[in-house]
Every structure is written in C-alpha cells, then in structure tokens.
Design a protein around this ligand. Sequence first.
Ligand SMILES: [Zn+2]
Length: 274
Amino acid sequence: MLPVQRRRASIPWARPRCLSVAQRQREACTGLTLKAPVGSVSGMRIVLMGAPGSGKGTQSQRLVERFGIPQISTGDLLRSAVARGTEYGRRAKAAMDSGQLVADEIVLGIIRERLAERDAAHGFILDGFPRNLAQAQALRTMLAGIGAPLDAVVLFEVDYAEIIKRISGRRTCPQCGRVFNLHDASSGSTPRCDHCDDHPPLVQRRDDEEGTVRRRLEVYERETRPLAQHYAAQGLLRTIDADGPVEEVTARLVATLSSVPPAQPSAHAPQTAP
Ligand SMILES: [Zn+2]
C-alpha cells in the first residue's frame, strides 16, 4: 500500500526545512540540548503520524539519536527487502513491476521481520505506517501476536497552509541533490546551488509542486488523519503542535512521550543501553 508515495516521502520530505549543510550541522549540534525529562522514552514502541511535510521524519531521527531506539520506515524497509531479494521483497517487487500497490500483508511481513531484529527489542519508532484504518487494525493484530503492543501514537498537528508554502518553496540542486528553500533564502539571492563549483540553477521537483502537495494532503486528510480517532479510542493518542523550530518541536515531543505511562509494563524490554 505504498511504493510510489513512500519513495517520495522518504527523501527530502523528511526535512521540514532543508537548508544548507552548514545550517543543518548547526541544527544537529544545538538540537539536542533539551530541557524535557529524559528516561522513559527508551524502550517505547511509538507510531508517529502527521501530514507530509509535518517534520515527523526529522523528529524520528532526533529520537533515534537521543534514545537509540530504531526508526522503522516502511519505505526504506521495502526498498531494502527488494534490494536484498528476500521472499517479501520479491513479492513486493512483483507488485510494483506490475504497477500495483504492495499488499498490506507484505508490508506487515517486512515490518515483522524487522522487529525481530535485536535492536527493536528495546522499542521502535514506526514512521509511515499505518496509513489507513485497515493497516492500523492489521498492525495491532500483528504487534499483539509478537507481544509488542504500541505505547503511544503521536499526531503531529501542523498548519496545512504553512506546509504548502514551505514545500512549494523547495528547490533542489540538479547536481548534488541538496535541497534549499526559497522562503529561507535572504531576499534578492538567486536560486542557485552554493555548494557546487559552477553554481547550477536550482529546480523544483514535481513532488514539491503545489498541486502535488495539495493532493497528498487531501489523501492524508481522508485516509490517515481519521486514525487519530481510532488511536484515541484505545487511549494511545498524543497530539503535539508541530509548527515552529525543529528544536522546539523535539522538546514538545520528548516531553509528551516522557509523560506516557507504559501501557503494559511487563511487555517492555529491559532498558539497557543499546
Ligand atoms: Zn549543488
């Protein structure tokens, strides 16, 4: 249920504002100085859900760095399974080659295999799955079957107008692939890559065009957003305001997760260092 969309979603979508490398490095250096309480997030099993461009990919990465629990990105897993030629990978490839969506059963199989790996015994962050109610129900059954129920589902609330503005401002260097944002550039600067020697003009990827962004938001609103209710009914839902600087959102996310009581303490893996 994802090939094309996830392939898009895993590239620069994950970065809410892709800036220069120097800026990214600055972000990486300053982003982990948080005041939120630490401790209980390690070992948690979490789903992050949010609209395309809501920054959940970036925030997943922050949690990975901070707590050492692996991020399970279904798009990446699927590509890896295909590349390695596993049983599920072969079936996924057959579906994609014939222009079909990869069946939920295959995606779930790949997730289950990934969760059996050692690092996932200490919790995981699921990013990009589930995307609809049927997937959410199948996931719940699968996780119950392996004794690893979710602790929390975090919904990233963002202003859609802001997402559209941000994403449609993205420009990519055709040579080095770096992503810039017109809205972050100083006024009067020409949209050219300042990392490549010959400063090629930046281009707008089709995925970043406003019409594409609007369509993806519509799909999210129609199919994925309703999962909030589903998870609220199970007592798992936490909502955070995902607008604002990356570090502030990280602080909100960590504070929110730290306040989640473990649903089933006995199911938690021992909280040893990874
Ligand atoms: Zn470049």
